[in-house]
Design a protein around this ligand. Sequence first.
Ligand SMILES: N[C@@H](CCC(=O)N[C@@H](CS)C(=O)NCC(=O)O)C(=O)O
Length: 253
Amino acid sequence: MADSLILYDAPNSPCARRVRMCLLEKGIDFEIHWMNLALMDQKQAWYLKMNPNGLVPTLKHGDRVVYESNVINEYLEAIHPEPALMPKDEYGQAQVRMWIAFELEWSKPFRDAIYETFAKDRLRSNIDDPAKLEAEIGKRTSNPFYLRFARKVLAEPRDEALLQDKYDLLHEKMAWWEDKLSDGRDWLVGDTFTFADIAMAPRTDMFELIGMTDFATRYPRITAFMGRVKARPSWAASQILPEAGATTTKVAA
Ligand SMILES: N[C@@H](CCC(=O)N[C@@H](CS)C(=O)NCC(=O)O)C(=O)O
């Protein structure tokens, strides 16, 4: 592939990890540009021009821009079809896209829960002085909403009631997923690893970060599914963090 592939990414982003996994499964080299989500790098004007949702990941392929992890993966499949990660038959494709739609809904309570837990702790460890936070965010965006949001995450104690609400919503979704696996399937769609598995695995691996410690006993089939995903070389290889002080990382697949 002649044009460079740049992935706008962030440490511990499950959404960006989907794209990393796809690139690695397909043996494509790429370069990561790291964004600091706590400081709102993703809300900078130059980035919003590429991705109006102000989220990672975004892929730049030469002068083409593609955002939204599962859309990026389908783009990669189109330009680099082998090994295939999308079924060839229409019902297989519809099933993959339904898992993606399920993930998009399920990610909403998860995101609220992660802001009450891991993201709160991460922001506090990044910056403990509200004035410094204000200055850093002010360099990146003039939208006062993001500052108010970050201030709230930094200053307010963990909202245990809100967290319980989110757990209850997540359990409803996870119970549905656990039940789906009761037919003994290895992969979510068909007999092979597909974009459906890539859509679901990275966030599933983060339930401990939102304080759900009984995940493995509560969801043994999903835990076994995660074991199969983790046995693939793309799982370990996609666990990428920036070197101290580095803003980019080159990844050779
Ligand atoms: N549906 C989007 C979700 C992207 C998303 O939520 N990204 C998170 C990181 S996993 C993010 O950028 N969060 C920063 C923010 O909420 O401002 C995708 O799959 O690309």
